[in-house]
Design a protein around this ligand. Structure first.
Ligand code: UD1
Length: 315
């Protein structure tokens, strides 16, 4: 049976990916997670079907034997959040760069066939043109964005230098079940949806006309697995892993009110430092090379996410 390692597998995207890997019987799934922002309860009902190693990707000696001999490593472990990286850059640098290097290095030492690296749409910064195409020169506006771009360069150079088939996927504002809404750095849709359930007015930072390519987590998990199976020609390449659409925060909040059938005006606050104005993926390359096929419209994804938070509250 193939060994599949998911770093950050107890986190929001990682725990969704673990479920997709199990559904598709991809092999023996082993999660590496230090439970900094991930939670074991994110893996609750699949816990007996997987291996779980509580360890930190910054600890090379710890991760080496776990990664050794794996067929595929999905490297999702990171300290996410643009504002967190601006306010507290040292830990994010340490995990997102030093930890990232360790995972690439361990993958080479362990003769891993393929590594899928979670890159970020923040790489584009405020490049004028929309949608964002992979050929654009990165313009990181935050330490987080710069760290994530560096990982893409590792993906390319580890393929060139060591033959590791690394593929970088730029995630575009992923949302869905198990996204933690309780942190000051939580993704905006987890905050919007839990505000809706609680009947509280959300805060929109800026005028709400900034836009994002919100991508449902199952579409992202599906693309990760496709990238692991694609031919060798994808090695060393960075792909946009977005939905291909873009919606303003004002529009998303009014859609959520419509879905719920209530009126709850948003409060407005000052724009966030390092914030990108607009983001939208050109998915041409990912469709052509990886067979990317996002299935969830924003409305469908929001309905499913809303339902999940509601059930989670009731449990
Ligand atoms: C960025 C990346 C995304 C990455 C994520 C990691 C871009 C375009 N996207 O997301 O790919 O996965 O970092 O954390 O760079 N906002 C509010 N009210 C709130 C919270 C946020 O209005 O209570 C606003 C923010 O100012 C921002 C938008 O919502 O304009 C999205 O913010 P957030 O969910 O934090 O994600 P990004 O920073 O866009």
């Amino acid at each position: 049976m193939k060994k599949i390692v998911v770093t950050g597998g107890a986190g929001f995207i990682g725990s969704n990916l673990v479920r997709s890997l199990l559904e598709q019987r991809e092999g023996k799934v082993i999660v590496i997670d230090n439970l900094f922002s991930g939670k074991e309860e994110n893996l609750a009902e699949v816990r007996n079907e997987i291996g779980f190693e509580r360890m930190d990707v910054r600890d090379l000696n710890a991760i080496l034997p776990v990664i050794d001999g794996a067929d595929t490593v999905y490297h999702l472990a990171a300290i996410p959040s643009v504002p967190r990286s601006i306010e507290d850059p040292v830990p994010s640098h340490d995990t997102n760069l030093n930890g990232c290097f360790n995972v690439f290095h361990a993958a080479v030492q362990g003769k891993v066939r393929r590594l899928i690296y979670a890159a970020s749409s923040s790489a584009y910064g405020d490049t004028e043109v929309l949608p964002k195409v992979e050929t654009m020169i990165p313009r990181p506006k935050s330490p987080y964005a710069a760290q994530k771009v560096m990982g893409e360069y590792y993906a390319r150079c580890f393929y060139e230098c060591y033959g590791l088939e690394a593929v970088a996927l730029r995630f575009f504002n992923v949302y869905g079940p198990r996204q933690d809404p309780t942190s000051a750095y939580s993704g905006v849709l987890s905050l919007f949806i839990t505000a809706l359930i609680d009947g509280k007015n959300p805060t929109i930072l800026g005028d709400g006309e900034q836009s994002r390519d919100f991508t449902y987590v199952k579409d992202v998990a599906g693309l990760c697995i496709k990238a692991a199976h694609a031919g060798k020609h994808v090695a060393g390449i960075t792909y946009n892993a977005g939905n291909g659409n873009r919606h303003t925060l004002n529009k998303v909040w009014s859609l959520l009110q419509k879905i719920e059938g209530i009126e709850l005006p948003a409060k407005y606050g000052p724009p966030r430092s390092g914030d990108v104005l607009h983001s939208q993926a050109d998915t041409t390359l990912a469709i052509r090379d990886l067979g990317h096929d996002p299935k969830y419209s924003l409305e469908e994804g929001l309905r499913l996410t809303l339902e999940w938070y509601r059930q989670d509250r009731a449990a």
